[in-house]
Design a binder for this molecule. Structure first.
Ligand code: MTE
Length: 323
């Protein structure tokens, strides 16, 4: 968690925070009372504070969405924590860099190049994809490999249903994703900290699982740039690095694709990257995690607690080998 030094905190922030905290308590009560039937977004963030922002105005449409499948009723992480403590190397390598450098990412217009083993390849505008997808509030946990985690109300839709529109053929065994490459604006891409562009991949059955999500927003608003605007993956049963941000390319492939962290450190980051407290990262244990905003650590659950839904995808596989 990013801990601000007192001199960094403006008096106005203190007021906003207290308004927000009381709204969070109200949300928790509302969720409990409604038995998980909240209309997303309605109470997420102080409208008086936030509706004034461009994102707040633009996304009036992201309020009141139905609750997506497998959503959790756990306490939400604090919006300010989730948007100020990030991994997004294109915007810098320290946790506080992405929020600070968010303006470097230009998200409009935005197209996605679809190619490979499918019958409907092409260049798709983000709006075309969004027009066809029913949005939901998908309240899922995100667990990063660096042992922090969060509970986030994503605004998103099914990855699998979206992929089906491009009609993958029988040769499509894997799907590959790529992040924007724009070194003119994304300054860190001029330094070879990673082999740009950022790449990720899934086996096709993993990609078709109903938990696999494409997100365009969170907390009832458009995704902030530092969280992967305008379109990112959310794979709640996998370590955070699989949830690739700011996607510009999708390719259906016959073979397992190269992926950024696996290419960099194959002993440390596997292709599957399923959350697994039984398999340590070579440099640290993965048994415990700290929720953003909490002091005490908690036990990490196999598949980040989504085992009932996803374990069958991996039956018969040695998950210590295919980590
Ligand atoms: N996607 C891109 N394009 N670049 C990145 O550096 N970092 C990954 C993932 N997606 C990353 C990315 C890692 S390591 C994590 S833990 C999550 O994004 C963090 O998501 P968050 O900042 O929204 O919490």
């Amino acid at each position: 968690m990013l801990i601000k030094r007192p001199e960094d905190i403006k008096p106005s922030e203190i007021t906003d925070q207290s308004v927000y905290k009381s709204r969070r308590r109200f949300l928790a009560t509302a969720v409990a009372a409604a038995g998980m039937s909240i209309g997303g977004g309605l109470f997420y963030r102080g409208g008086d504070v936030h509706a004034q922002t461009a994102a707040g105005k633009k996304l009036a449409a992201y309020k009141g969405l139905p609750l997506g499948p497998f959503s959790t009723d756990e306490d939400l992480s604090d919006y300010d924590d989730v948007t100020s403590y990030n991994n997004f190397y294109e915007l810098g390598t320290r946790k506080e860099d992405p929020a600070r450098n968010a303006h470097q990412l230009k998200t409009s217009p935005w197209t996605i190049e679809v190619s490979g083993e499918c019958d409907k390849p092409g260049t798709y505008h983000l709006e075309d994809i969004l027009d066809k997808q029913p949005l939901e509030d998908r309240i899922y946990r995100l667990r990063c490999v660096e042992t922090w985690s969060a509970v986030i109300p994503w605004v998103g839709f099914s990855l699998g249903d979206t992929l089906k529109r491009f009609q993958p053929n029988s040769q499509a065994k894997y799907v590959y994703f790529e992040t924007i490459y724009d070194p003119k604006n994304l300054k860190t891409q001029n330094i070879k900290v990673l082999d740009w562009p950022y790449r990720e991949g899934l086996r096709i059955d993993e990609a078709m699982h109903p938990l696999a999500t494409l997100a365009v927003g969170m907390y009832g608003e458009v995704l902030p740039n530092q969280n992967g605007a305008p379109l990112r993956l959310v794979l709640p049963w996998k370590y955070g690095f699989k949830s690739i941000k700011s996607i510009v390319a999708i390719r259906f492939m016959r073979e397992e694709p190269d992926t950024t962290w696996n290419m960099l450190q194959p002993r440390e980051y596997g292709f599957y990257a399923n959350v697994n407290p039984g398999v340590s990262h070579p440099r640290w244990s993965q048994k415990r995690e700290r929720r953003l905003g909490e002091w005490l650590k908690r036990d990490t659950e196999m598949f980040n607690g989504y085992g009932e839904q996803v374990a069958s995808l991996y039956s018969g596989m040695d998950l210590t080998k295919f980590f």
